[in-house]
Design a protein around this ligand. Structure first.
Ligand code: 13P
Length: 251
């Protein structure tokens, strides 16, 4: 079985409501003929339901960028997995580097969110990636292994069918410094090896691993050509119809 190919746009804290709807409409018009590729957008939470309503029946799925690990409760300002599901979202981003490094999310938080998402039938996109200083100290594999192993603790081989991993080296996010296709492919290969160690070769072979960090129309082809790069998680370049469509439609 071939691995799924996924092109995802993380809009972060950009786009007012009408801008979000216009962007989605433009994207929907441009993806009708892309074949097997999956397209996913992660709009700001307040617009997730509106975006999901527009995407119903199309090839584009919707996710939220973050949620709490409890089903509900006195957690002011948080979004529960029940609400993510109710809004029509299929995916949830978990452990994005901005959540880890700006908001202090730990591997333990990431794992709790992964387990809650699975329980609620929401597919986690688990983000992992090393800081520049970790790469410079030769710690990349150690960091990736820790984040993958802890993030997946308690996830069964069966549940792995609903997991996506995104490798986003922190030094490449929003910096314009994209990882070379070789560097990214090597990290993806390593992540797959870690998954194989936890489960088996078949599970590792099937898990989609996306690359994120300064992906643009002019560097997508080299990245997507690599054996272990199954798609991308795009920030800045996903905010415009033309640039995201150029990425999604890469040859
Ligand atoms: P940029 O594509 O803007 O570097 O952002 C990447 C990212 O964080 C996607 O989640």
């Amino acid at each position: 079985m071939a691995r799924r190919k996924i092109f995802a746009g993380n809009w972060k804290m950009y786009k007012k409501r009408q801008e979000a709807l216009d962007l989605v409409k433009g994207l929907l018009a441009g993806i009708a003929d892309i074949g097997e590729r999956e397209v996913v957008v992660f709009p700001p939470s307040p617009w997730a339901k509106d975006v999901a309503d527009l995407c119903r029946g199309s090839q584009m799925a919707v996710g939220m960028q973050n949620m709490h690990f409890e089903q509900e409760g006195a957690f002011t300002g948080e979004v529960s997995p029940l609400m993510v599901k109710d809004a029509g979202c299929r995916y949830i981003l978990i452990g994005h580097s901005e959540r880890r490094h700006v908001f202090g999310e730990t591997d333990d938080d990431v794992n709790k969110k992964v387990m809650t998402a699975l329980k609620n039938d929401i597919e986690p996109v688990i983000c992992v990636g090393e800081l520049l200083k970790e790469r410079e100290k030769g710690l990349t594999e150690e960091v990736l292994k820790r984040q993958v192993v802890k993030g997946l603790a308690g996830v069964s081989a069966e549940q792995m069918k609903n997991i996506v991993i995104a490798y986003e080296p922190v030094w490449a996010i929003g910096t314009g410094k994209v990882a070379t296709p070789d560097i990214a492919d090597e990290a993806h290969r390593f992540i797959r090896k870690v998954v194989e160690g936890l489960y088996d070769a078949k599970t590792a072979d099937l898990v989609p691993v996306l690359y994120g960090g300064s992906v643009k129309p002019d560097n997508i082809a080299g990245l997507f050509a690599k054996e272990h790069i199954d798609g991308v998680l795009v920030g800045g370049a996903s905010l415009k119809v033309d640039s995201f469509l150029d990425i999604v439609r890469v040859k």
